[in-house]
Structure formats: structure tokens, C-alpha cells
Design a protein around this ligand. Structure first.
Ligand code: GTP
Length: 567
């Protein structure tokens, strides 16, 4: 295909602004899929995507379009919209020269619109603003045009107003792709150079990689080397996505000149789960994996995710695609400590260490300072919710950096958040206090000094190793109290009183008590039925196998699960 007739582009937008619907219309217009079929989000292939109505994995399709006597090959890469998946967005963008920035004509610019725009802008891509849903009763495309001009400095003349649902003006989007997005620069005569921007594992065919070709050509039978791992692979098949796989002889361009711990519910499932995790992480390389062992839960993994939805989706995919059943524990963030003791520096070989496991938390006497990861958050909201949102941010230890009205009654707020404060339920709280109107996105902003402490949980004075946590000094009491309460609810009464305590160093910061109770399994047996007595005693002994002893206190596995897992 002549390279000057090729365009590589992505569609980026805030969640629900209509990327997938626009992609469906583009596929129909180019005859890639049949118009008569009920096309709903053809590119959203995963079950989890259809169920949640969101795009998780970027999908690709090649469209052929005839215009002004020339045939064009338009490679469309669909991108996810949610904050957690901006990694997928960046990867897709590195294979593109331009983007369609879709904005809802009613909702206007949202936090993810801003984040996505800057990803594209930094990658020096051509940005075509598309105002979608102009058919809606409350649509106000002129107001959105003004927002685009104010926030992105793009002239309103460049905006294309469409209804992806009805198909209105969608053809002009295709033409703008051809006119405004440059063709890729590639050199067929050079050796093969391609960027793998996505990959999946197929049980029968092996690894399937989606690539953007930069130089050279690749055919069946070729031996290729991964620049990242230096491993060699043999190519079994090459092809394009249209939108389903279509084999071709060759891929080339005709022209001279991109923390969580997880455990199997049943340990005998460990190996099956291991292979499922390996296949899924091949598909989503933004997940980092470390092996881990918990006294209470057995062998498992510490997994690094980009956010809570990312984690939930990974879990759901494990269950749906690999039939695996897992226990997910409450996520933590990677803290750092700058060491002062030379002995420790020798042991760790470095002055600054990352604390992934609370058990490795170095004592304050050996540390110059502790550091916690921070993110720069963008919130866009109708102005009536500003007060409540500011209070929420303050409670999460956030520092305001900026505030700007993007039109008469919509405000963009910028805050520096400790990552730990937003990783679990910030997004849900923000949504509920703004009746769903505020949007949120965040980007990495490095580390800041933090007063961190290690918190122990004790049962009758003995430390429960699996419940040791690292918390900010100001939050120790709240977090400790919550853990003690949850443990109280899930610990069965025993023959003696149990004191549940949260402690920082030698200082007790929260306490709950489980009263004594005598569980007499024989109470129900009156008289002499000896076989029944034996049966009950045996059952009690079996039950004990599932218990872990902390000092003299017996803790069932269930109690750990209730305290550790995400609610
Ligand atoms: P994610 O993949 O989750 O990021 O969402 P998306 O941006 O792909 O949005 P999607 O295409 O799934 O559309 C979201 C909702 O908006 C769906 O209910 C669509 O039917 C609706 N929608 C999309 N385009 C239009 C439009 O032009 N007009 C109207 N009225 N509704 C639209």
C-alpha cells in the first residue's frame, strides 16, 4: 500500500462520550462491517467490556476508504476512556500520527478529555476535535466549541459537529482524517522495525501481536527479535484486522523512504492460576507481578495495577476468561524510605528503598525521611459542588494547585493528592457527592515527604503478621479502628476474652474486645449416642485445620479474608 495513502489514528475521549459508537459508524461507512446488522460497539470484544459498557483493551481495525479517486488505508485504534487505562491510551498513541478528540455536546470537556488531549499533544499528534451527540435535546455545541478554544487553544473552525448515533456528518470525519493527519514515515528498504502496541495469547496459535510497522517488512516464516527481551520468535502468520483477522502474505509499506496481593481461594489451584495470570499479563503489560507468601492465605502474588477499576477488571477477566477464583486484598501504594544507617544501606545496596511489603518497613531511627507517591488530579465539576469537593479533597490530605472556570458555571480544579488517599474509594465519593457530574483524572507527580508509621494489629498482645500496615501518621487511628472493628465482627468467640488492638510502636491507638464464650459441641447430644459424639468431635477437629493460631487465639481463614479483602 503506498504509504502516502495510509493514516494511523486513534479516537480518544472521556468515558461515554461516544468513541465506540463513532468507531462503529466509521466501520460501516467504509464497508468494513455490514450496515444492516445491529452494530453496537463492534470493537468492544471482551465480555467485561460489554457488561460494564466500557472499553478496556485497545482494539484495532483497518478501514479501506475511496475518496477523490484514491484508495486509503485508515488504521483505527480504539482506546479506553477510563482513568485507569491511560496506559493503553499512550501505547495506542505511539502507533499513530493523529487523533479524533471526541467531546459530548451536552457534557462538554471532562477530566479525561483534558488528560487525553495532553497525551496526544505531547506526542506531537494532529488533533481533530469532534463534538458528538448534537442530536441530544440539551446539546450545546457552541458552548463546547468555546471550551475547546479556551482550554486547548484550538480554533472553533476546526471542530466537527456530529451525531455518531444517527450518523450525521460522520463522513466529514473520515475526510478530515485524510486531510489533516499526516501519513506515517517509513522505509521499506531498512531492516524491520515495528512497535508492538498490544498482544494476546491464543491457546492454539501462540502469541498474537498487534504491531505498527515503522521500517522494513515482515512475512510468514521470518525470524524476529524482541528489542526488549532479545528473544527470537518465528512468525507463523501475518495479516490485518478488518475488523476481524484477515491473513495477508506480508506486512510492508511501499515507499522509498511506540499493588495488590492476590491469592487462590484453594491452594491446589495455584498452578492453574499462575498460568492464567501469565497469559493475562501478556495481554496487559501494565500489571506488574511479584510472588508473595502470606501465613494466612498461602502462596499468591503481589500485583501492581494502575488503579482500582484496572484491578477489578483484571480480576473479572481472570474469573470469566480463565475460570479462576481469587482473594484480592486491600491495595497499597509503593512507599519509599531514605536510609541513614550505613549498615542498612549495605544490606539494601542503596540509600533509597521502595517498601512494597510492610514487613520491610525500616525503623524511624534508621531513616532520614519516608516518601509517598503523589498524583496531580484534575476535577471538572459544575460550580455548585465546589464546596463539598474541596472538603473531600482536604480530608484526603490534598493540596490545591489551581482553579479555573472553563465556562460560566463549570470549574476545573487541580489538586496534588497522596496516591494512597485516592486509590480505594475517592472516585466513588466524588461521584456521589456531585450527583455523578464531577469527573476525575490524575497523572503521576513523583514522591513527597510523608510522616509514615508502621501499624501492628495485636491479638491478646501478639502481633498478627499478615495485618501489619503502613499508614500516614494522621490516619493511623481511623485505619486502625476500622481494622479492629472488622476483625471483631469476623472472629468467633473463644473460651477466653480476646483483646484486639492496633498499635504504633508501643502506643495503642485502637481497641476492641471479643467476649469469652464456651462452644460446647456436645451440648446437643443428650445421653449415650457415642457414634454421634465422635462424629461431632471429628468435625470440630477438621474445622481447626483451617485455623491459624496467633498466640493462644484461633483465627479462621475466613476472618483474615474478611479483614484483608477489598469490600
Ligand atoms: P467507553 O468505551 O466506555 O469509553 O465509552 P465510549 O466513549 O466508547 O462511548 P459509547 O460509544 O459506548 O457511547 C456511550 C453512550 O452514548 C451510548 O449509550 C451511546 O448509544 C450514546 N451515544 C453515542 N453517540 C451518540 C450520539 O451521537 N447521540 C446520542 N444521543 N447518543 C450517543
Amino acid at each position: 500500500f503506498p504509504v502516502e495513502n495510509i493514516r494511523n489514528f486513534s479516537i480518544i475521549a472521556h468515558v461515554d462520550h461516544g468513541k465506540s459508537t463513532l468507531a462503529d459508524r466509521l466501520l460501516e461507512l467504509t464497508g468494513t462491517i455490514d450496515k444492516t446488522k445491529n452494530n453496537k460497539q463492534v470493537l468492544d470484544k471482551l465480555q467485561v467490556e460489554r457488561e460494564r459498557g466500557i472499553t478496556v483493551k485497545a482494539q484495532t481495525a483497518s478501514l479501506f476508504y475511496n475518496w477523490e479517486g484514491k484508495q486509503y488505508l485508515l488504521n483505527l485504534i480504539d482506546t479506553p476512556g477510563h482513568v485507569d487505562f491511560s496506559y493503553e491510551v499512550s501505547r495506542s498513541l505511539s502507533a499513530c500520527q493523529g487523533v479524533l478528540l471526541v467531546v459530548d455536546a451536552n457534557e462538554g470537556i471532562q477530566a479525561q478529555t483534558v488528560a487525553n488531549f495532553f497525551l496526544a499533544f505531547e506526542a506531537q499528534l494532529s488533533v481533530i476535535p469532534v463534538i458528538n451527540k448534537i442530536d441530544l435535546k440539551n446539546a450545546d455545541p457552541e458552548r463546547v466549541e468555546k471550551q475547546i478554544e479556551k482550554v486547548f487553544d484550538i480554533s472553533s473552525d476546526e471542530c466537527i459537529k456530529i451525531s455518531a448515533k444517527l450518523g450525521t456528518n460522520v463522513e466529514s470525519v473520515l475526510q478530515a482524517v485524510i486531510k489533516r493527519i499526516p501519513s506515517p514515515k517509513a522505509h521499506q528498504k531498512n531492516p524491520l522495525r515495528a512497535l508492538v502496541f498490544d498482544s494476546t495469547f491464543d491457546q492454539y496459535r501462540g502469541v498474537i501481536a498487534n504491531v505498527a510497522l515503522f521500517d522494513g517488512a515482515v512475512s510468514k516464516g521470518d525470524k524476529i527479535v524482541s528489542a526488549h527481551t532479545q528473544k527470537t520468535y518465528e512468525v507463523n502468520e501475518v495479516g490485518v484486522l478488518n475488523p476481524n483477522e484477515q491473513p495477508t502474505h506480508k506486512l510492508h509499506l511501499k515507499k522509498e523512504d511506540l499493588i495488590e496481593g492476590m491469592y487462590p481461594v484453594d491452594q491446589s489451584e495455584y498452578n492453574n492460576l499462575k498460568s492464567a495470570v501469565e497469559k493475562l499479563t501478556l495481554n496487559d503489560s501494565s500489571v506488574t507481578v511479584h510472588r508473595d507468601n502470606s501465613l494466612a492465605l498461602g502462596a499468591g502474588w503481589r500485583l501492581g495495577f494502575l488503579g482500582l477499576l484496572h484491578m477489578e477488571v483484571f480480576n473479572q477477566r481472570l474469573e470469566q476468561e480463565y475460570n479462576a477464583s481469587v482473594i484480592l486484598t486491600t491495595p497499597t501504594v509503593p512507599y519509599k524510605a531514605v536510609l541513614s544507617s550505613t549498615k542498612l544501606i549495605k544490606e539494601y545496596r542503596e540509600k533509597e528503598i521502595i517498601i512494597i511489603n510492610p514487613a520491610q518497613f525500616p525503623d524511624k531511627s534508621k531513616v532520614v525521611e519516608y516518601l509517598e507517591p503523589v498524583v496531580l488530579g484534575t476535577i471538572i465539576t459544575p460550580d455548585e459542588y465546589i464546596g463539598k469537593i474541596m472538603m473531600l479533597c482536604q480530608a484526603r490530605r490534598a493540596v490545591q494547585k489551581n482553579m479555573m472556570f472553563i465556562d460560566q458555571n463549570r470549574v476545573m480544579l487541580k489538586y496534588l493528592f497522596p496516591l494512597n488517599e485516592i486509590v480505594v474509594d475517592f472516585y466513588d465519593s466524588l461521584k456521589s457527592l456531585s450527583s455523578g457530574y464531577a469527573s476525575f483524572d490524575y497523572e503521576d507527580a513523583g514522591y513527597q515527604t510523608a510522616e509514615l508509621v508502621k501499624m501492628d494489629i495485636l491479638l491478646n498482645g501478639n502481633i498478627v503478621e499478615e495485618l501489619v500496615t503502613v499508614v500516614h501518621k494522621d490516619k493511623a487511628h481511623t485505619v486502625g479502628k476500622a481494622i479492629c472493628e472488622r476483625l471483631k465482627d469476623s472472629l468467633p468467640r473463644q473460651l477466653f476474652e480476646i483483646a484486639i488492638q492496633a498499635a504504633v510502636g508501643s502506643k495503642i491507638i485502637a481497641r476492641e474486645t471479643v467476649k469469652a464464650y464456651r462452644k460446647n459441641v456436645l451440648a446437643k447430644c443428650y445421653g449415650g449416642d457415642i457414634t454421634r459424639k465422635m462424629k461431632l468431635l471429628k468435625r470440630q477437629a477438621e474445622g481447626k485445620k483451617k485455623l491459624r493460631k496467633v498466640g493462644n487465639v484461633e483465627v479462621p481463614k475466613d476472618a483474615f479474608i474478611k479483614v484483608l479483602r477489598t469490600q
